[in-house]
Ligand binder design. Structure first.
Ligand SMILES: [Zn+2]
Length: 169
């Protein structure tokens, strides 16, 4: 009698352990998927940011090829919006600020302007590249998260299989 009860109890407690482990495995798989989902959003955002920066750089490059007027505050008035040049031959912005305006064109850039603009473009490209690297890193984490979820799903399935086999012993 005692042996029958012991066997029944032993089987039950052994099966119980595998069922609890399977439940934990399901939770771990679910958690890995939730974390991966959050990172997927970060990946999307970072790639979108990088694309926006890339587009902005392209726009700036195009504007620089064509040439434009820009004041110290960053306004870009059309030629007809500029005040007549003063005695020194300088134009001023008419968009309230009245600041000095300079003409920027890639083929005509020299000295400080050339250096500053090339530095700005280089910095922007670095930010774009960093965004892409960040996104690639997060993408890897998402892939790892899915692999982790699959691993736990496999373990849950194994634990349930063992529990089912024990039932028939
Ligand atoms: Zn201005």
């Amino acid at each position: 009698m005692l042996r029958i009860i012991a066997k029944w109890w032993g089987k039950l407690s052994y099966r119980w352990k595998h069922e609890v482990d399977a439940a934990k495995d399901d939770l771990n798989a679910g958690l890995a998927l939730v974390l991966a989902k959050g990172r997927e959003e970060e990946v999307k955002e970072a790639f979108a940011d990088a694309d926006r920066i890339k587009e902005h750089i392209a726009q700036e490059m195009k504007a620089l090829e064509e040439g434009y007027w820009e004041c110290e505050d960053g306004h870009r008035p059309h030629k007809e919006e500029l005040t007549p040049s003063d005695s020194e031959g300088k134009f001023r912005c008419v968009k309230d600020c009245g600041k000095d305006v300079r003409y920027l064109k890639m083929s005509e850039l020299t000295g400080k302007d050339k250096y500053e603009i090339e530095k700005e473009l280089k910095d922007a490209r670095t930010v774009e590249e960093n965004k892409r690297q960040f996104a690639e890193g997060k993408k890897k984490e998402v892939e790892n998260g899915h692999a982790t979820a699959e691993h736990f799903k496999g373990r849950a399935s194994n634990n349930r299989e063992v529990s089912d086999r024990l039932k028939d012993l």
